[in-house]
Structures are given as structure tokens and as C-alpha cells.
Ligand binder design. Structure first.
Ligand code: C2E
Ligand code: MG
Ligand code: MG
Length: 683
């Protein structure tokens, strides 16, 4: 049908015309086949002139030859069917206005499809919106400037928890570009370990800061403090997340905890951490009925190396020990340094079978001993070490930490006493022994303090049976224990260091008596021998103490005789010889006690400025029956003669022995035959 006709037919409806013209909107009816405008209202005509009957794109798009922009339905592949509606916005360059169009397809009375298009001028709203957009952009600019100035990474997530904004810091934290981050889900940047945590915080919309582990583009992880907040932005609900890298803080935290829980020298856990782990192991062993073991390791000769070679060497050895021990233990076990040269291993045997548990523990202990026996090479020098180990096993008993430590420690001492470089398991009898020893030590302490130790003197005579001197021997009578033998308390005093005090007491007593006999016709030429223990001899002050005592008392120095033993020469011969020479220079007499038992090389003898050798009584006692003893005694007498030392035979208990020794050429004697050690008043 020609368009004019259709157009006319429309105009017959005048009332409608009036209504339509009075509406403040552009209204067209467009033939969808020819794109011709069948009708336009007054507003449309005001905007574009008389356009009825024209092909719409020619009029409305300045004669352009292409399909009209306005015929959006045709353009957009919309199904051109009755009832289809479409809303769209368009800026018209002719009127320079923006319209919001609402299209609807209807069937025209002649059966063809037409589009009724109503356009409202929304230019004003658009302008307003643009202004707002501009303002928003400005706001965003300042927001960006602000966010970039923070040290935290800021990420804005949309409702789907995908990144829609990152500040300048965030990409640096993660190693991505900002573009790479946008669009990615938040969890993309979270390490597997923290995924669940982060998701739950986001879901709960929690605002509290929390720590989690994040992941960088290169796969490396870093600890971060996260804070999130849900806000409305531009009418949409978003979540702002602040990310702070706390690696340095964590490192510092770790350093601090290291100081509290680790030994700075070896980097092994310290006592505090050990106590913690031991508690856990005790409870685990009760719960699972599986055996645990506490293993005390003490280096045998560390102190000597530390004292003679210096602390730097000592430290290097300890570090190496820590390394070697750590290499042995299995993943369930734990090693700590208690301090000094003491290490501890906690063994979780993971078995309720005592036999298996013991064999596991033994295997670890043997390995430790073996590894520590390998020479330590430090500054091109070889150091040989050994260790003694004490082991306490526990299973279903609630031991206190203190008890376990004490038991393992006593087992360790047992190893040291029995055979250095070995291990022992704790047993109750052992504990009994240790406890008695501890009690004895305690009493000894008090006895020395309260001057309950006293001296007995035993005569030393020459071949004509003239007394030439006395040996001072310490005695201890305890109120409860009764008489305690020197062979029991002297080693204890020695071990605990009490011997130094005890020695000073003996020295002052001896000097006091020598002094008091100066006017005594019989005794004024007597010397007094005192026993000097290794610890005493090695103590720094020993020489000074002797010097002072001699000066103060003004006795003839040679009347004081120091009995030393060969054990002095086992450690550092040169140092010992030097010290002995200094003592000799003070004028005192020197004697080597228990000679022949020390297994020391005899080569030191020629260098020593000593006066006397005392043959140990073990060679004297059976001399009448034992040919070997006789040979040894002869050799010692010969040695004495050659080097110019007096030789004294100790432990002479009978006349026969004295006669035998006299025949062999011995000139000096000491023993029960001539008199037991007695109180000074009984001499
Ligand atoms: P020692 O220095 O070899 O002393 C000699 C020991 O032999 C003394 O034992 C003495 O009583 C004992 N004795 C003497 N004659 C005979 C004898 O004919 N037969 C037997 N069987 N024994 C005899 P004591 O008094 O029990 O002392 C043992 C050790 O304790 C001493 O051996 C000495 O090494 C040490 N000692 C004693 N008093 C002191 C002290 O004040 N300081 C230090 N450092 N050690 C001391
Ligand atoms: Mg002696
Ligand atoms: Mg002796």
C-alpha cells in the first residue's frame, strides 16, 4: 500500500492527533519494511521539520545512506514481531540532544509491521549525570591518590569478590600488574593454607584484622595482615580489603621467640623449650602407652679443651656437636642444649613394647657416642672428644620434669664413673647411690664449713727408725654417719671442688704445727707432708696461697712437703712442670705420691725438681710373695738413686717387709708397723 494513503488514514483520528501533539515527547510511527516515517507528532516536527513520508534515516541521520541508527530493532537482529519492545538511548547530532527511546512493534491496520517510537528528551538528566560522573572521576582520582599513599595494598572487590580496583601498592606486593589483578577472584591471591580462613572472613563480613598467608605471582608466599570492610560505593556493595605484608614483623617475632626458646650459640632449642616438649612427651606416652626417653649427653673432656684452648675453640666444638647430634635424631625426636657441654635428646619411641623401645633408644645413644668420637678438626687441629650418656625411659607414669631430669642426670654420672664414653639406663639402685652421694656431699659441705674435718698424722721414718716427718691425713667423723673414710669423701670433695677449701684448711693446720714445734727439740726438724689434689694444684690461686702462708708463718719452707700424684702429668706435662718449678722456687719440698700407679710416662721425671718418690703401698704389701712387685720396687729405688730423689715405701705393715726393703736399699718408710695415723696429741 502507498505510504501516503496509510499516512492519511492515520490523520483521520483527530482527537488522537491532538493528544499526541500535546505530549512532550517525539513520537514516530515507522514502517519497518521501507523505513519510512508514517507519522510524526508536533514535537518531532519541531525537531526535524516535516518528516512524514520520508525515509527515516535520511531525515534523522542527515541523509546517510546506511540503516538508520534509530531503527535499533532492525539493527539488533531483534525478532520483528508484534509486541516486541525495546528501550534505548541515543544522542542526536542534529538536535544535539539525547533521547531515551521506547519502541514497540505493532501491526498496522493494513497488516504491515510498524514501530511506534516514543523519544523523551533526557539531555538535562544526561548532563547532570555527566557532571556527577566527572565528580565521581575526580573523587576516584583523589581516592586513588589517597590509597596509593598508604603502605598497605588496597583491593576493592565487587559483589562476586572479584578485584575491581587495586592501589599502586597491591601489585607490588603480589608481583602482578594492576591489569592482571583486576577481574581475578580475591582467593586467587591467597595461599592454599589460608583459603578457608579468608573465605570465612569475607563471608562473615568480618571487619577484624587477621593474619593469613598470601601468594605472589612467582608462587612464593608471604604472611599478611588483612582487614576488610563492606561498603556501598556508587550504589554497589563492595568490599575494601587492606593487605599489609608482615614478613619483617614475623621475622622479628621469630627472632624474639628464638631468643626465648633457642640457644644462641648452637641454634638448638634451649631448656625452656625442652621442658615444654618433655611435658608433651610425658602426656603422649601416658595416653598412647608408648615409651618415651630422656637422654642426657655430657661431653667428657670439654672443660679441659675449653680451659686450655680457649672459648672460641670450645664454642666451635659445641656447635659441631649440636650439628652431629641433630643429624642423628629422627623426625619424632627432639634435641636441645641445656647449657655448657650438656645436650638432651627426647626420644619418642612410638611403641608400647619395652624391648623395641630400648633397642631404638640404644641405637640412638650408640650413634651419638660414635659420631662424637670422630675427631673435631678446628683451625687445622684435631680434637678428640667423648661423651657420656644417661637415659631415663618412661611410659605410663606421671613423672615430674624435675624427677626425669634428675634420673637421666644420675644415669649419666653413672656412665662417667663406670666408663667414660658410654651410656647407661637409669635404675633405682643407681638413684639410691646417687642420692646417698648427694647427701654425703651436703654433709661434707657443712663439715668443712663447721670445721668438723680434722687431721691425723702418720709418722715417716728413716732407715734408723728416726722420725723425720709426718703425713697429714684428713679425717671426718659425722654425727649420723660415723667415721667416713677419706677414700670416700676425698674423691667427692675433689669432684665437687670442695677439695680446694679442704686443702687450705690442711695447709694452715700443718703450717701451724710446724711453727709450734720450732722450739721443740724432738720435733723441730720434722717436716709435714700434705696431700695436694689435682683440682687444688690446678687452681689459679694455689701458688699464691702457699707463698702467703709461708710468708705469714715464717717457717722454713722445706719443712712443708707437698705430695702430688702422677695424674698431674696426664693432662699438660709442660704446664705441670712449670708450676712445680715455681713451687720449688718457694723452697717447699715436693713428693710424688702413690708412685707407680699413674701409668704416666717416666720421661717427665728428669725434668722435675722433686725431692721424693713414695712407692705406692700396693707394691709393698705383697713384696715378700710377689716377685713382680719386688722387681718394680727395685726399679723405683734405682730410679730414685739415679735422679737423686729420696724413695719412701708406703704401707709397711711388718718388720719383715721393712727388713726386705732395707736389704733392697730403701731408706725411708711409712706404715702401720711404725704407727697408724693418730691425733697430734698422741704422737
Ligand atoms: P695417701 O696419700 O697415699 O695416704 C696414705 C694412706 O695409706 C692413708 O689412708 C693411710 O692411712 C694409709 N696407710 C698408711 N699406712 C698404711 C698401712 O700400713 N697399711 C694400709 N693398708 N694403709 C696404710 P687414708 O688416710 O685412708 O687416706 C687415703 C687417701 O686419701 C690418701 O692416700 C690421700 O690420697 C687421700 N687424702 C687423705 N687426706 C687428704 C687430704 O687432706 N687432702 C687430699 N688431697 N687427699 C687426702
Ligand atoms: Mg699421701
Ligand atoms: Mg700414697
Amino acid at each position: 500500500m502507498p505510504h501516503e494513503k496509510r499516512y492519511k488514514s492515520f490523520h483521520n483520528i483527530e482527537t488522537l492527533d491532538f493528544i499526541v501533539d500535546s505530549i512532550d515527547a517525539l513520537i514516530y510511527v515507522i514502517d519497518l519494511e521501507e523505513k519510512r516515517i508514517l507519522y510524526s507528532n508536533l514535537k518531532a516536527k519541531e525537531a526535524f521539520g516535516t518528516i512524514d513520508g520520508k525515509v527515516c534515516y535520511e531525515v534523522l541521520q542527515e541523509q546517510k545512506e546506511q540503516v538508520c541508527d534509530f531503527c535499533s530493532l532492525a539493527q539488533k537482529d531483534f525478532p520483528l514481531q508484534v509486541g516486541a519492545t525495546y528501550k534505548w538511548e541515543n544522542y542526536n547530532p542534529i538536535t544535539q540532544k539525547t533521547y531515551l527511546f521506547s519502541d514497540q512493534i505493532i501491526r498496522w491496520y493494513d497488516g504491515t509491521l510498524v514501530k511506534v517510537q516514543i523519544g523523551i528528551d533526557i539531555s538535562k538528566q544526561k548532563q547532570l549525570e555527566n557532571e556527577m560522573m566527572q565528580q565521581r572521576d575526580d573523587a576516584l582520582d583523589s581516592f586513588e591518590a589517597l590509597t596509593n599513599a598508604t603502605i598497605e595494598g588496597l583491593i576493592i572487590l565487587d559483589e562476586d569478590k572479584r578485584c575491581i580496583f587495586v592501589n599502586a601498592v597491591a601489585p607490588k606486593l603480589f608481583g602482578y600488574s594492576a591489569e592482571e589483578m583486576i577481574g581475578k577472584p580475591a582467593t586467587y591471591f591467597v595461599a592454599k593454607e589460608s583459603q578457608a580462613l579468608v573465605k570465612s572472613y569475607i563471608q562473615k563480613r568480618d571487619k577484624d584484622p587477621y593474619e593469613s598467608l598470601l601468594i605472589r605471582k612467582d608462587g612464593s608466599k608471604f604472611p599478611a595482615l588483612l582487614r576488610g570492610k563492606d561498603i556501598m560505593l556508587g550504589g554497589k556493595k563492595v568490599r575494601i580489603s587492606a593487605v599489609m605484608d608482615i614478613s619483617t614483623m614475623k621475622e622479628k617475632e621469630q627472632e624474639i621467640s628464638k631468643l626465648a626458646y633457642y640457644d644462641p650459640l648452637t641454634a638448638l632449642p634451649n631448656r625452656t623449650m625442652l621442658v615444654d616438649r618433655l611435658n608433651q612427651l610425658i602426656h603422649k606416652s601416658i595416653r598412647d602407652l608408648s615409651y618415651g626417653a630422656l637422654m642426657f649427653i655430657d661431653l667428657d673432656n670439654f672443660k679441659t679443651i675449653n680451659d686450655t684452648k680457649g672459648h672460641l675453640v670450645g664454642d666451635l666444638i659445641l656447635k659441631e656437636c649440636a650439628k652431629r647430634i641433630s643429624q642423628i635424631i629422627r623426625k619424632y625426636d627432639f634435641v636441645a642444649r641445656l647449657g655448657g657441654d650438656e645436650f638432651v635428646i627426647l626420644v619418642d619411641t612410638q611403641t608400647p613394647d619395652k624391648g623395641i623401645a630400648i633397642s631404638k633408644v640404644k641405637s640412638i645413644a650408640s650413634k651419638v657416642l660414635e659420631r662424637l668420637r670422630i675427631p673435631f678438626i678446628i683451625n687445622q687441629s684435631d680434637f678428640r672428644m667423648s661423651a657420656s650418656i644417661g637415659i631415663m625411659m618412661f611410659v605410663d607414669e606421671e613423672y615430674s620434669i624435675d624427677d626425669l631430669m634428675r634420673y637421666a642426670d644420675s644415669a649419666m654420672y653413672h656412665s662417667k664413673e663406670r666408663e667414660r664414653g658410654s651410656f647407661s639406663f637409669f635404675n633405682p639402685e643407681l638413684q639410691d647411690k646417687m642420692e646417698k652421694k648427694a647427701l654425703l656431699l651436703d654433709k661434707l659441705h657443712k663439715a668443712i664449713e663447721e670445721k668438723k674435718i680434722y687431721l691425723h698424722y702418720q709418722k715417716q721414718i728413716d732407715k734408723d727408725e728416726n722420725t723425720i716427718g709426718l703425713e697429714a691425713l684428713a679425717r671426718w667423723q659425722d654425727d649420723e654417719l660415723g667415721f667416713v673414710s677419706p677414700s670416700e669423701f676425698i674423691p667427692l670433695a675433689e669432684e665437687s671442688g670442695l677439695i680446694v677449701k679442704l686443702g687450705e684448711f690442711v695447709l694452715s693446720e700443718a703450717v701451724h704445727h710446724i711453727k709450734s714445734w720450732e722450739e721443740d727439740a724432738e720435733k723441730k726438724n720434722w717436716h709435714i707432708s700434705i696431700n695436694v689434689s689435682l683440682k687444688q694444684f690446678e687452681s689459679y690461686s694455689f701458688e699464691d696461697v702457699i707463698k702467703q702462708v709461708l710468708q705469714r708463718s715464717e717457717i722454713a719452707p722445706h719443712k712443708l712437703k707437698l705430695e702430688i700424684t702422677e695424674s698431674l702429668f696426664l693432662h699438660n706435662i709442660d704446664q705441670a712442670i712449670e708450676k712445680i718449678s715455681h713451687l720449688k722456687n718457694l723452697g717447699v719440698s715436693l713428693s710424688i705420691d702413690d708412685f707407680g700407679t699413674g701409668y704416666s710416662s717416666l720421661s717427665y721425671l728428669k725434668k722435675l725438681p722433686i725431692d721424693e718418690l713414695k712407692i705406692d703401698r700396693s707394691f709393698i704389701q705383697d713384696i715378700l710373695q710377689d716377685k713382680n712387685d719386688e722387681t718394680i720396687v727395685l726399679a723405683i729405688l734405682d730410679l730414685g738413686k739415679k735422679f737423686g730423689f729420696n724413695v719412701t715405701a708406703e704401707g709397711v705393715e711388718s718388720e719383715e717387709v721393712q727388713q726386705k726393703l732395707l736389704q733392697m736399699g730403701c731408706e725411708y718408710f711409712q706404715g702401720y708397723y711404725f704407727g697408724r695415723p693418730v691425733h697430734i696429741s698422741k704422737l
